[in-house]
Design a protein around this ligand. Structure first.
Ligand code: KIV
Length: 263
């Protein structure tokens, strides 16, 4: 049986940490779920790690549908979340629904949408019509040009208050999960305490309900500068399988992330 949003909510309610990794193909989907990964995120980071692009901005809906289908066919247990790529969730709630429906038809159980309170109306529209949504706040790679680079968000009191407000607004709008990227651990902790839905952190400290990283990063495959929040789990592991199992173990036992991986 495939993990459902209800299962993830129950895990959050009893304080069991949730493990997530990005995944883009069938072979890794099977390996990751057998190693105990709860959520497979078909992230638009595939633009970087598969397509060799500098940003995620050129990833298309067709790309996402194709890779979501691959992950869905390769797995049977893990919860599948798929990113709505740049330009597919910004036009109108109706247009977003049509695009999200393609990802759900391809096998996703939830779509992820970048954006704060500006996406509340769209998230309400989708969730009332049967499409679960994970909202993504903090560092939003699709807004790289507005943010002026890949920078830590929520460092000033003003920014932190705004992110906290966004989180509450998005939960009220019907978001089923909230992903927070590259924000101070103390702020992510406060947001997690305030919300009922599970929070997912990447560079957001150990107190989020779930942790996610890009698969290639935990396998030590990165070009260019390594982000502070990455840990190479191939160090000391005899196989890819063991590295992923160690990642899951460390997330579940709150050994990862350590303060050195956060802001
Ligand atoms: O596309 C992606 O990989 C993401 C990250 C937050 C993991 O959205």
């Amino acid at each position: 049986m495939r993990t459902t949003q209800k299962t993830l909510q129950k895990m959050r309610d009893v304080g069991e940490k949730i493990s997530a990794l990005t995944c883009y193909d069938a072979s890794f989907a099977l390996l990751l779920e057998n190693a105990g990964v709860d959520i497979l995120l078909v992230g638009d980071s595939l633009g970087n790690v598969l397509q060799g692009e500098k940003t995620t901005l050129s990833v298309t809906l067709d790309d996402m549908v194709y890779h979501t289908g691959c992950v869905a066919r390769g797995s049977s247990k893990a919860f599948i979340m798929a990113d709505m790529p740049f330009g597919t969730s910004q036009v109108s709630p109706e247009n977003t629904f049509e695009n999200a429906a393609e990802l759900i038809s391809a096998g996703a159980s939830m779509v992820k949408i970048e954006g704060g309170r500006v996406m509340a109306e769209t998230i309400k529209f989708l969730s009332l019509r049967g499409i679960p949504v994970c909202a993504h706040i903090g560092l939003m790679p699709q807004s790289v040009h507005m943010l002026g680079g890949y920078k830590v968000q929520g460092k000033s009191t003003n920014q932190a208050n705004k992110l906290l407000e966004d989180a509450v607004i998005l939960e009220e709008a019907g978001a089923g999960m909230l992903l927070m990227e590259a924000i101070p651990a103390i702020l992510a902790k406060e947001i997690t305490k305030k919300l009922i839905i599970p929070t997912i952190g990447i560079g957001a400290g150990v107190d989020c309900d779930a942790q996610v990283l890009v698969l290639y990063d935990i396998l030590g495959i990165y070009s260019g500068k390594k982000s502070k929040f990455i840990k190479n789990f191939m160090d000391g592991a005899g196989s890819i399988n063991e590295a992923v199992e160690n990642y899951v173990k460390e997330v579940k036992s709150k050994k990862f992330p350590k303060s050195e991986h956060g802001f």
